[in-house]
Design a protein around this ligand. Sequence first.
Ligand SMILES: Cc1cc2nc3c(=O)[nH]c(=O)nc-3n(C[C@H](O)[C@H](O)[C@H](O)COP(=O)(O)OP(=O)(O)OC[C@H]3O[C@@H](n4cnc5c(N)ncnc54)[C@H](O)[C@@H]3O)c2cc1C
Length: 411
Amino acid sequence: MPMENAVNASTAGSSEQIVVAGAGYAGLHVALRLAAKLRSRPVAELILVDRHNYHQVITELPRVAGGTRAADAVRIPLQDMLGERVRFVQTEISGFDLTGRRVLTGAGPIGWRRLVLALGSRPNDFAIPGLAQRVLSLYSADDAERVWAAVNKALDDAAAATDPERQRRLATVVVGGGGATGVELAGELAEILPEVASSHGLAPDRPAVQLVEAGPAILAGSSPQLIDKAARILSDLGVQVRTNAMVAAATEEGFRLKDGQLVEGGVFVWAGGVKAPELVADSGLPTGHNGRVKVDRYLRVLDRPEIYAAGDLASVTDPRNGHVLPPLAQVALEQGETVARNLDAELEGKPLEAFTFHDKGFVVSVGTRRGVADIAGITSGGRLAHLLKDAIEWEYRQSVRHLRGWDPVAV
Ligand SMILES: Cc1cc2nc3c(=O)[nH]c(=O)nc-3n(C[C@H](O)[C@H](O)[C@H](O)COP(=O)(O)OP(=O)(O)OC[C@H]3O[C@@H](n4cnc5c(N)ncnc54)[C@H](O)[C@@H]3O)c2cc1C
């Protein structure tokens, strides 16, 4: 597979050039599935663009941040996944020339006949003062490595301190946002920190984890049973959960809550939700809540039928309940499949397929051994749910390999 750092700046593209922007859950799956379908049509050129030459298994980041998984284990080299049918360009995308139908990149403009926007999302700081400057986020393998390094430094600092109060404060990790990411990170750290503390010369009961959530409950939108089970596991792990605790500012002392209380700690991580990347929000394309791009039922951008959008940056309403689908890998993968099918249908002159989300359920790990799951209306909590999460991640890695196998030129 050609891995390119530069692309011919004047590339106007072949008459059927399809450009996929982003090799995350949605974009990689568009590329892999379409490559398999295009094998009989060499005229259509498929280009995948990403700033990294690896795909990140983001759902496993809490484990990297908790030191139980190596960062490189969640960076899967694209070279291992893409076949000859996909031309990969590693470069930063800086904007879009919608009139000229070109993606603007560090390697020059890339022309498209069809464009797939799949650039994911970025942490939403809700314009909270000080947050972007003072708080770590968890959205890439690099971020996760930074969290793990910060935790270790905080434990070193705590071990060097003599005052027990100060020790306790330095060894406290504060996680802002009680959604799935915040719960997974808090659980992972709470389970692992006592052991890690000992290796830093600290008493195992010195570290603490606090989870701060603005709303009335963690895992908002989940069933009360699931929330209850997750809260019990977190409590068992010693995580202090504060609900109805809206962060008003991130200061040098810690999180200042709306009610004036100060949440102190040695490490602060923000997991308070996501919004569309700036270059998408500023692109001139029709956007909705959190800058996500509005699409029609075939996942084509409204009034721009030559552009598809999939994954976190797409604002897709579930016609069954009128709610916008959440930013989840599961949703991104299904949308990637629909986009690949529709691009293929266009080339074949066949009718497009409307997107329908098939919800497979919701699984969250809480700590290194337990988890919670809501599947087909049944809630479970404990070891089984954690095994389920492991199985989903294993299956994901297998499916990527399987898809590569579909491309005969690749093997
Ligand atoms: C810590 C964490 C845990 C999660 N756990 C789960 C889970 O258990 N289950 C679940 O369903 N969902 C989970 N999610 C959500 C899930 O990861 C996202 O919904 C999913 O990654 C969205 O896929 P995507 O393709 O839209 O974006 P991404 O997977 O983020 O991919 C976007 C791609 O675009 C590239 N890119 C972005 N901007 C540029 C640019 N300017 N130039 C070049 N390349 C660019 C990026 O490098 C990346 O490869 C989790 C999210 C986080 C943060």
